[in-house]
Design a protein around this ligand. Structure first.
Ligand code: ATP
Ligand code: MG
Length: 427
């Protein structure tokens, strides 16, 4: 039987999972890696994953990760194969060592239980154990508040819930899932097909339709921090200083390991008619210079938003600069339904005629729906306070609140948006 030692490829995932299931894995560290962590490590650029392939069947695997000084072996798994097992372990380690040495890293280490068989393999290959060293570890909670550069930049960390809370934007969400999240989570497979994940996108749509929320949702889905850049805020500075401040801000952003970088009201920078721009040409030029820098950073996504896509300079929107131009439109009935449902669930336990609310709220943006829902809640609260009627908001409260709310959208805005979508959307 020939055993081939080769690199892991993403289509080996099912097999390697199976191997991990069948073998007593030797994990590095006290409690070792959880399977999700190991899967994440598989596609990390710092990982080295070698497989022992016996005629198409995996009989062993080693998972290691590089760091500038010491590379660590995280998992060595071997299918019981009698005497061969030792030989396979030897060959996996030998190739791993050669690979690590090539990167300039000078030490390869593993933290393992002395009683494990791997300890024997390592000793035989000349790894020195230590009697004095003790292994220490501590659990780190995910950061809940920005620190360091992120704090200075006024950035935010957005919990994973926001993406799911975004209702009725299924098409835009699906585009992001497929074209942004998927290539980022499967870089190897994407790379083999020449798929390059987008680096910059534009969102356009009428006010209150959820552009900002959607940009935050992307940060939430990716688990990247959210940083907003406000070029118009630099307007008070002198022309030369403005450009420098903007360049500095982008420099700081690039110090972050990853970020969703949000620029709202981008027409202030890129309107065709220069008198509609709220910033000086030096800011616009600097911004255009910074976009390619950001595009070169694989873990930074630029999201620009505008209510006025038709006013943007067409050259600004060109494909080499922005990968997608996505409409974020007025919610139709199917989109309004889940948005209403979300607020109804939060506000009341009474039976509410959802369809009546959906019908009554044409031309409402998600922001209008939220506003009307809060108004209904206030109405129920006041009723209990003043009249001692002990029940939460009912259909009627919502309908009164809807009648009392001026919709943001007009029929012209909706048809204008449809035209804009025909003319400018690109995805
Ligand atoms: N799909 C959605 N589901 C639920 N709530 C939403 C949704 N979209 C937006 N909202 C709510 O509507 C409000 C307005 O959304 P947002 O500020 O993102 O709109 P916008 O398009 O950025 O508006 P503007 O053009 O005025 O900047 C927010 O409070 C947000 O929570
Ligand atoms: Mg906004």
């Amino acid at each position: 039987m020939q055993v081939l030692i080769r690199d892991y490829r993403s289509e080996d995932l099912a097999q390697i999972l199976q191997l991990w299931e069948q073998t007593t894995v030797v994990d590095s560290g006290g409690r070792g890696l959880a399977v999700e962590q190991a899967i994440r490590l598989l596609s990390d650029e710092r990982a080295i994953v070698l497989l022992a392939d016996m005629d198409g069947r995996l009989v062993g695997a080693v998972l290691a990760a590089l760091s500038p000084v010491t590379a660590w072996i995280y998992r060595l798994s071997l299918l019981p194969a009698g005497a061969d097992e030792q030989a396979i372990a030897e060959r996996l380690l030998e190739q791993l060592e050669a690979r690590v040495a090539l990167t300039g890293t000078r030490t390869l280490a593993a933290v393992i239980d002395e009683r494990e068989q791997l300890a024997g393999y390592l000793r035989q290959r000349g790894y020195r154990g230590s009697d004095e060293l003790r292994y220490f570890e501590r659990d780190l909670l995910p950061p809940t508040a920005p620190t360091g550069v992120l704090l200075e930049l006024g950035g935010q960390l957005i919990g994973p819930g926001l993406w799911d809370a975004l209702k009725g934007m299924e098409e835009a969400k699906e585009i992001i899932e497929r074209r942004v999240i998927l290539p980022l989570s499967e870089p190897e497979l994407a790379g083999r097909h020449g798929v390059v994940p987008p680096r910059a996108i534009v969102l356009f749509g009428p006010p209150g339709t959820g552009k900002t929320t959607f940009a935050k949702g992307i940060a939430s889905r990716l688990g990247w921090p959210f940083v907003e850049v406000l070029p118009a805020e630099l307007a008070a500075e002198g022309a030369e200083r403005q450009a420098k401040l903007l360049a500095d801000a982008f420099g700081r952003i690039l110090e972050l390991a990853s970020a969703v970088v949000f620029v709202d009201e981008v027409e202030d920078l890129a309107a065709t008619r220069h008198e509609e721009r709220r910033v000086t040409p030096s800011i616009t030029n600097e911004f255009l210079k910074q976009i390619p820098r950001l595009r070169d950073a694989p873990h930074h996504l630029l999201v620009c938003a505008t209510n006025w896509v038709a006013r943007l300079d067409p050259a600004f929107l060109r494909p080499g600069r922005f990968d997608y131009v996505l409409p974020v439109g007025p919610p139709n009935a199917d989109a309004r339904r889940p948005i209403w449902r979300r607020y109804i669930e939060e506000i009341t336990d009474e039976e509410v005629d959802l369809e009546a609310l959906v019908r009554a709220s044409e031309l409402f943006t998600p922001a209008d729906i939220e506003f009307a829902a809060r108004k209904a809640a206030q109405r129920a609260f006041e009723r209990e306070h003043f009249q001692r009627e002990r029940h939460r908001a009912r259909t009627e409260d919502f309908l009164v609140a809807i009648a009392d709310t001026k919709p943001t959208l007009t029929a012209e805005m909706v048809s204008g948006f449809d035209d804009d979508t025909d003319r400018f959307a690109r995805f």
